[in-house]
Ligand binder design. Structure first.
Ligand code: S3P
Length: 164
């Protein structure tokens, strides 16, 4: 089980899809799996039920997915917030932290309206806060830290594949 963690917009889905193709493994995106299960978008669910209920669903799903058939698993950016998830991810897979600076992420996601946590007056400031809070948690959970500032996604995928 190969697991990708990192801030929203750090490239987990893009890298995960390519890595899965390269390793001939299925690709699973935990956000898409949650949306399928809930029958609505994460954004709607956040608005209707609140973040805590979303985290419950996320935790249950991570527990299930990390015990299912091997795959490349891309997780939501907040998956590391709960200690139980951190332990489960680290013990059940090889975890790669895609580390991007808040400024780099902001450039990528500034026009994306699908991320509920970034629907605020100052998304860059929000990303800086998320980074300060989560960077230590991502590092604690990961076996490898991958700097996403590399020249191409292909070279990122190569680097990850070479660690396996
Ligand atoms: C979240 C990140 C999102 C999604 C939800 C909460 C977060 O996933 O799980 O909106 O807390 O950072 P991505 O990292 O795939 O955007």
């Amino acid at each position: 089980m190969i697991i990708l963690i990192g801030l929203p917009g750090s490239g987990k889905s893009t890298v995960g899809r390519l890595l899965a193709r390269r390793l001939q493994l299925p690709f699973v995106d935990s956000d898409s799996a949650i949306e399928q299960r809930l029958g609505c978008s994460i954004r709607e669910f956040f608005e209707r039920e609140g973040e805590a209920r979303f985290r419950d669903e996320e935790q249950a799903l991570i527990d299930e997915l990390t015990q299912a058939a091997p795959c490349v698993l891309s997780t939501g950016g907040g998956a590391v917030l709960r200690p139980a998830n951190r332990q489960c991810l680290r013990e059940r897979g090889r975890v790669f932290y895609l580390r991007s600076s808040p400024e780099e992420v902001f450039r990528r996601v500034q026009h994306d309206r699908s991320r509920p946590l970034l629907q605020v007056a100052d998304p860059l400031q929000k990303l800086r806060e998320l980074y300060a809070q989560r960077d230590p948690l991502y590092r604690e959970t990961a076996h490898h830290v991958v700097e996403t500032g590399r020249p191409s996604v292909a070279s990122l995928v190569n680097w990850i594949a070479a660690q396996l």
